[in-house]
Design a protein around this ligand. Structure first.
Ligand code: 5AD
Ligand code: SF4
Length: 439
């Protein structure tokens, strides 16, 4: 049998790209490719790109430039660009960097095996269409490999919200939900392969409508799967947090007490300019309702500072909202104008001011994150063991609240769900003592 061809994959950006890279790797497996961690050994280099913030395309061009010597050494080496930069730039990528052989947008990954074949025959291949089919259905069945105990599963893609700053509706297209029968099949396959925690992915995952009752309906159906211990979902929009989903946080044992619910700003004026279609008070009310159902819910958010028109007073509204909510985790960004989005037409806040606001916001958020970590000390939680820690005799896994926990023990191993008492809080992780294996 011919030697396997080697594939090097580099993934940028969000968790959906992590999932997509895995599926693309599996699809190319059918074409005789296996992955390598070394670009020097590769027959194909695949960059799965992200376009959400500034200079994304430029970074990909300079990344390609860095890989260029490998092409000189091995003229047969193929370059593929996937993801949202591929979608946004299309054939411009091959025009600017003729070394690239293949450009594929996020909605065309099921065509990748045929495109790779065509590229091997010496052609270039470009596909950035938005077909009306479930690309995952056309990708290979997931192989029977043993898996890490936690996995991502994309259930919804695209976005119809058109926030004024965001490229996602343009790069990922309109909202599409995968039918729940397919999602449940894939979940069962994953569980058969040893997966115990599934994170449902979607750009607007709580707008999922592939199951009666929407996302909470799907969560309840997943909760029926024996062997699946934990369910999470990300990313959500406040306007799609319906009552049933809020209730599920109080009633579904398998749904973990962690929610990523971006608000972007605490100023009603800025929220309006961002076209978020909710106010700061409405957001806070949703959080209060969630916490009534699940008092220990850990909140995570996304924030943008320096959006066009943001004054110091608007920024202070964001700081007040952060104080009112109390986040355990958060991501904050300086606004960056994305060509083609409505906000890109507006005058920007000067960079020094935006940077200063970002630092002040991040100081507050990291104070809150530290407080949330410290609040865990002395508490019991379950941890799903994922891998051995760097120190011998330790296991590392995630708490129910998605915090990394290190546990010294030889009584449990990979894939075990373990009851642990938290003993120490560090900046980015917790330390705990083994109590018992739960299941
Ligand atoms: N500038 C800065 N941050 C952005 N995000 C999305 N678009 C932009 C932009 N143009 C942030 C938002 C979003 C997260 C994924 O990235 O906070 O929730
Ligand atoms: Fe972008 Fe807004 Fe859609 Fe989120 S909800 S993907 S920020 S347009």
């Amino acid at each position: 049998m011919a030697d396997k061809k080697k594939l090097f994959v580099k993934t940028y950006g969000c968790q959906m790209n992590v999932y997509d890279s895995e599926r693309m790797t599996e699809a190319l497996g059918g074409q005789g490719y296996e992955t390598t961690p070394n670009p020097e050994d590769a027959d194909m280099i695949l960059l799965n790109t992200c376009h959400i913030r500034e200079k994304a395309a430029e970074k990909i061009y300079s990344e390609l430039g860095r890989f260029k010597p490998l092409k000189v050494e091995n003229p047969e080496l193929k370059f593929a660009v996937a993801g949202c930069v591929a979608q946004a730039e299309g054939e411009e990528i091959i025009r600017r960097q003729p070394m690239v052989d293949l450009v594929v947008g996020p909605q065309s990954y099921h065509k990748l095996p045929a495109m790779a074949k065509s590229v091997e025959d010496g052609n270039t291949a470009i596909d950035t269409d938005f077909p009306l089919e479930d690309k995952f259905e056309h990708l290979n069945k997931r192989p029977k490999a043993a898996r890490a105990p936690s996995a991502f599963l994309t259930v919804q893609e695209g976005c119809d919200k058109f926030c004024a700053f965001c490229v996602v509706p343009y790069t990922r297209g309109a909202e599409v939900s995968r039918p729940s029968a397919r999602v449940l099949d894939e979940a069962k396959q994953l569980v058969d392969q040893g997966v115990r925690e599934i994170t449902l992915l979607g750009q607007n995952v709580n707008a999922y409508h592939g199951h009666p009752g929407g996302l909470s309906g799907l969560i309840w159906a997943l909760a029926e799967i024996d062997g699946l211990a934990r369910i999470r979902f990300t990313t959500s929009h406040p306007n799609d947090m319906d009552d049933a989903l809020i209730d599920a946080h109080g009633t579904c044992d398998k749904l973990m007490p962690y929610l990523h619910l971006p608000v972007q700003s605490g100023s009603d004026k800025i929220l309006k300019a961002m076209a978020r279609k909710h106010t700061a008070a409405q957001y806070i009310e949703i959080i209060e309702r969630l916490r009534q159902k699940r008092p220990d819910l850990l909140l995570s958010g996304d924030f943008i500072v320096g959006f066009p028109g943001e004054t110091e007073e608007d920024f202070q509204d964001t700081m007040s909202l952060v104080r009112a909510v109390g986040y355990g985790q958060a991501y904050s960004f300086k606004y960056s104008a994305r060509p083609g989005t409505p906000a890109a037409e507006k005058a920007t806040v000067d960079d020094a001011t935006a940077t200063d606001r970002l630092h002040r916001l991040q100081a507050l958020l990291s104070e809150q994150q530290q407080a949330a970590q410290k609040a865990m000390v002395g508490r019991e939680t379950t941890v799903l063991f994922e891998k051995p820690g760097r120190d011998p005799g330790q296991w590392v896994g995630k708490s129910e609240h998605l915090q990394a926990v290190h546990v010294p023990t030889d009584k449990a191993g990979k894939g075990d769900l373990v009851r642990v008492r938290i003993t120490t809080a560090r900046t980015n992780s917790l330390q705990g003592e083994f109590l018992e294996i739960v299941r």
